[in-house]
Design a protein around this ligand. Sequence first.
Ligand code: KG4
Ligand code: ZN
Length: 345
Amino acid sequence: MNILGIETSCDETSAAVLQDGRVASNIVSSQLVHKSYGGVVPELASREHERLIVSVIDSAVDQANIQKNDLDVIAATAGPGLIGAVMVGLCFAQGLAYALGKPLVPVNHIEAHIFSGFIQETPADEAPAESFISLTVSGGHTMLCVVDKNLQYEIIGKTIDDAAGEAFDKTGKMLGLDYPAGPVIDKLSKKGDPCFYEFPRALTAHSRTSKSYRDNFDFSFSGLKTSVSNYIHKHDPAFIEQHLPDIAASIQEAITSVLVEKTVAAAVKFNIRAVSVAGGVSANSGLREKMEDACTKQGIRLFIPKTVYSTDNAAMIASLAGLKLSRGTVTPNKYDIAPFASFVH
Ligand code: KG4
Ligand code: ZN
């Protein structure tokens, strides 16, 4: 079975072909037009998707060595995301499905991230078989879920303010780094000291309030943002410049230590022996290292997608559509276009 996946929820125009459950192609075109604005401009994102979508889909189909007529299913992100951007991909998918006389499967972008640790490229790659704890960390979401073997899940914690990716991007912007600052902070951190300054770790045992946050799986990163802002204003620019790698490493340490602590605590509390980490921030090398160490110590299996499947991509859209079709848990051609997360079980 050939499934075409289309992803246009934010600033990546992406198309992928899944052949009998495995990725045959995955084309991702990242929009550079937003760089000078320090964030994604929704109107520009929609226009760029419109400009790129035909060539990106053509490349994905070509690279899979098939013709469009060989496609059996079209899958596309139906939300959450920038509504104009989502509509470009979904309307294109609708038109293509109609022209080819094939079913259209709507995919929730965040659900696709949740299962992206199980994208299959080779026969050795595993499909989700047992329950797992899912940490999804992207530019817009930070969320912990318990996922059962029937692909049903329950959200046990989420951010009460900023997402982890947003925390990377906004603190990076304060330091004068390019957007998106997550990968830049990651790179700088390799040369810095993570213990240089202790930025706050909210809602954890290490937070500076006396309240106990045991079994609290929510996150908060707005205090970190304020703390970084105060830190920058208290020091002269030459000092900040000189210690940029140390400050970046300290920010990364503050964000990733909270993510690891809460994820492992959730696995222990719910007695689940597998963890999956996904979303753009799962590309972070510090997070990968820390999570691997912590999971190994607890005897927990860890699933993290290859970095190309961490950030937005259409392979995860096609893969989830394939998984749901194989388990009969999705109704093709039945969907709403949604800017916000609507998790329907
Ligand atoms: O999942 P994603 O590609 O798009 C959304 O759905 O939001 O995530 C984008 C986020 C951005 O905030 C970006 O800074 C962050 O993922 N990111 C990283 C890294 N690579 C991407 N954050 C930290 N370290 C990285 N290596
Ligand atoms: Zn995403």
